[in-house]
Design a protein around this ligand. Structure first.
Ligand code: OGA
Ligand code: NI
Length: 352
């Protein structure tokens, strides 16, 4: 029955439900302590790097583009890409499938509800509705996506076009991730060939996020500050809302560029690079007027593969700075720790 999640004997309430109820204020569990509230008036004039990926295929432009990527990885752990090879209709279809999914009845979405982070497909709200002390203004569906034939039968069967539309986008992003990894490993002086098989056989987790308009966007967040665990996250957004920290811990708002995709460095790259590159800390802010959708494609090496600093990047001046970890280690960590309190990467840094 629609509205089931609002009953007091069922603690699950999606933010789409709160939006339908037109709550005039955010419920108390969403209110952040003042020190954690966002600054919604950040300077939008800072230009963040945009990389034209078509230039990587031209011998004369390639090294200049790699320099831009290297600079972006060092300063921000972030850049946007255009001419990335994913056609605009594929992007629009993926966002349309996401919109339709979140517009389904709560009853329909609840069939996929799970608070178990090890489940390959799960619907939920906030970070983890079962354990969050403070709640975040986000609903999500997450699913494993690569190789797609292993997982697609578990994806939502409603809306009926979901599997097709999201599948086309998922496959295209997997290809893009490989190209980006090739470029980024080159900027670190690492041999792509050594990792190619593990990149091709790696894990792809898609997090499809819905951030409805929020009555009090200055009191809460869509997602708290965090970094992603994997190699790279490729993020597609329907509008502005993402903020990130530069290497001086200054918050910046990411400008919205139609058709562009955002690339975020994750903890596996930070570890592999032995700290030369840092995973980017980011958070999601909300709007009082507009709903925002995003599709984060989180890539990592195979789930049980332990990743440590590349031996080529370790010497006397640069001793091993991180312990090894796998995606599974990360999942085990978030099953029993609140990542809004302590970052995973801090738990694997070696103390010197
Ligand atoms: C994530 C994430 C950002 C966004 O899903 O890890 O950071 O804009 N998403 O939705
Ligand atoms: Ni993230």
């Amino acid at each position: 029955m629609e509205g089931e999640g609002e009953c007091s004997d069922n603690p699950f309430t999606s933010v789409m439900t709160l939006t339908k109820m037109r709550v005039p204020h955010v419920p108390q569990r969403y209110v952040l302590p003042p020190s954690q509230r966002p600054n919604l008036t950040l300077d939008l004039t800072t230009t963040l790097p945009i990389v034209d990926l078509s230039t990587l295929h031209h011998a004369s432009q390639r090294s200049l583009t790699l320099d831009t990527i290297q600079g972006a990885c060092k300063e921000l752990g972030f850049f946007q890409v255009v001419n990335h090879g994913i056609p605009l209709p594929v992007i629009h279809d993926a966002l349309a499938a996401a919109t339709e999914f979140f517009n389904l009845s709560l009853e329909e979405k609840m069939t996929l509800l799970s608070d178990n982070v090890h489940n390959p497909v799960r619907y939920g709200t906030s970070l983890n509705h079962a354990s969050d002390k403070v709640h975040y203004w986000r609903d999500f569906i997450k699913h494993y996506s690569h190789p797609i034939s292993d997982w697609i039968h578990l994806w939502p069967s409603n809306p009926p076009s979901y599997k097709d539309k999201m599948g086309n986008y998922a496959k295209a992003v997997q290809v893009l991730h490989k190209q980006l990894m090739e470029a980024i490993l080159e900027t670190l002086g690492l041999n792509f060939g050594n990792l190619q098989k593990e990149i091709e056989e790696g894990n792809q987790l898609m997090a499809i996020n819905c951030y409805p308009a929020c009555p009090e966007p200055d009191l809460t967040l869509g997602m708290p500050p965090h970094s992603d665990y994997g190699t790279l996250t490729v993020l597609l957004q329907s509008g502005p809302g993402l903020q990130l920290q530069d290497n001086k811990k200054k918050w910046l708002s990411v400008p919205f560029v139609e058709g562009a995709l955002l690339v975020q460095l994750g903890d596996q790259i930070e570890v592999m690079s032995n700290g030369q590159y840092k995973s980017v800390v980011h958070q999601v802010t909300l709007s009082a007027e507009n709903k925002r959708l995003s599709i984060a494609s989180l890539h990592s090496l195979p789930i049980n593969k332990k990743i440590g600093p590349a031996p080529e990047l370790v010497d006397e001046q640069h001793p091993v700075s991180y312990n090894e970890f796998s995606f599974r280690d990360f999942l085990d960590y978030i099953s029993s720790n609140d990542i809004a309190d302590k970052r995973f990467i801090d738990s694997i840094k070696k103390s010197v």
